[in-house]
Design a protein around this ligand. Structure first.
Ligand SMILES: [Fe+2]
Length: 388
């Protein structure tokens, strides 16, 4: 495809950025049309100050709310069912998704099924989408990221583990879009250094994988490169100086841009990482970070034309593949990412099984270099043993 072909590009949702914007949550709820939202977050965030802060801001404005925090790091279908039950029992009329990627993915999945009796897996990305004409509308959804990395705040897509098959699937519906995404860098200040690093590298991977998808989409490409520029500039600063609001803001916006860019697709880092996460419950960004160098080496022959713009975005003086790859490895070293999949607890004999599953992941379809199951197996062995 090129400028000679017809194209359709869509862009997501209203975004409210700024330190302290969480205080305005009641106003955003009113504008979105929810008076009794269910706050959905992950187990790890339930006791953190932003959840109680959110409830205080709501109750001061006379809005009711309740919290469902049963979402694990790799959200599962049974957790979504429990959240849906609480939504209905509490007569809620909206969903506030607050957390990292898992909290927001869980919230989005609950919003998909809260008002209807459609099976969760009917929303699987590659199937024809359920016709919502005969069902109630999806509830209003407001997303509030508490990490800078997943970029999950502007889209309705969610990665959920199917507990029957122990595989992760992407679910979504085009009609479910957040009414607002609220980007408040103050919320991310309390994030520990390891999570700042892991989620931040996830954003970097989104920018790189989205930009390398061969589809023609200049809007997403522009966002991917600006996302990469911001992450390259601010990730090491945010890890080193956790209270630096400018760095936290740069990361939050960079992550959001990279998150929008990946509506173009992702690649083998995510395809493999989804399946590793489903089996070993490894943190998503950390798994991606460990896989990135091995996937870059595999993709090298197919991304020659992409390296110069990415190297320029990252501010590198040399635009060769080797220099870019070394820069990526240097950032991973700087933010203390372990070197191999073995180092993060993945079994050394998993490669054939994970490779077979990864081939079924939608992100594998948009990888810039075509791959066989044997290729993917070789990448996993590389990441298990050599890493970077
Ligand atoms: Fe990701």
């Amino acid at each position: 495809m090129s400028f000679l072909d017809a194209q359709e590009w869509t862009f997501p949702v209203p975004i409210a950025y700024g330190p302290g914007r969480l205080k305005e949550i009641a106003e955003f709820c009113n504008r979105a049309g929810t008076q009794n939202p269910l706050i959905v977050t992950d187990k790890g965030s339930a006791a953190l100050p932003f959840v109680s802060g959110l409830q205080n801001h709501l109750s001061k404005a006379g809005l009711r709310s309740a919290v469902y925090s049963g979402i694990s790091p790799n959200p599962r279908d049974d957790e979504i069912a429990a959240g849906k039950a609480q939504y209905r029992a509490g007569n809620h009329d909206g969903v506030l998704a607050i957390g990292g990627g898992s909290g927001m993915d869980g919230a989005k999945a609950i919003a998909l099924v809260a008002n209807n009796d459609i099976d969760l897996w009917a929303f699987e990305y590659r199937q024809p989408a359920p016709d919502m004409a005969d069902h109630p509308e999806f509830p209003p959804l407001i997303t509030i990221p508490t990490t800078a990395g997943t970029g999950a705040e502007t889209e309705s897509t969610a990665m959920i583990t199917d507990t029957d098959r122990m595989m992760k699937w992407c679910i979504w519906h085009a009609d479910l879009k957040p009414a607002f995404a609220i980007l408040d860098p103050e919320i991310t200040v309390g994030l520990p250094a390891n999570l700042t690093a892991w989620t931040g590298v996830d954003a970097m991977v989104h920018a790189i994988e989205a930009y390398c998808v061969p589809d023609f989409n200049p809007f997403c490409d522009g966002m991917a490169l600006e996302g990469l520029r911001l992450v390259a500039k601010w990730l090491p600063v945010a890890v080193r100086e956790p209270a630096n609001i400018e760095a936290r803001g740069g990361m939050l916006v960079g992550s959001c841009l990279a998150g929008i860019a990946f509506q173009k697709g992702l690649g083998l880092v995510h395809a493999i990482s989804h399946m590793v996460g489903a089996e070993y419950d490894t943190q998503h960004g950390l798994t991606n970070a460990v896989l990135l160098p091995a996937v870059l080496r595999f993709n090298a022959p197919s991304i020659e034309g992409k390296i110069v713009p990415m190297a320029q975005a990252a501010g590198l003086s040399d635009t060769s593949f080797e220099f870019f790859h070394n820069w990526v490895c240097g950032i991973l070293d700087e933010v203390d990412i372990p070197r191999t999949l073995t180092d993060i607890g993945v079994a050394t004999d998993c490669a054939p099984r994970i490779a077979a599953k990864a081939m079924e992941d939608s992100a594998a379809e948009t990888n810039p270099r075509a791959s066989t199951q044997e290729d993917v197996q070789a990448i996993i062995i590389d990441a298990l043993t050599h890493g970077r």
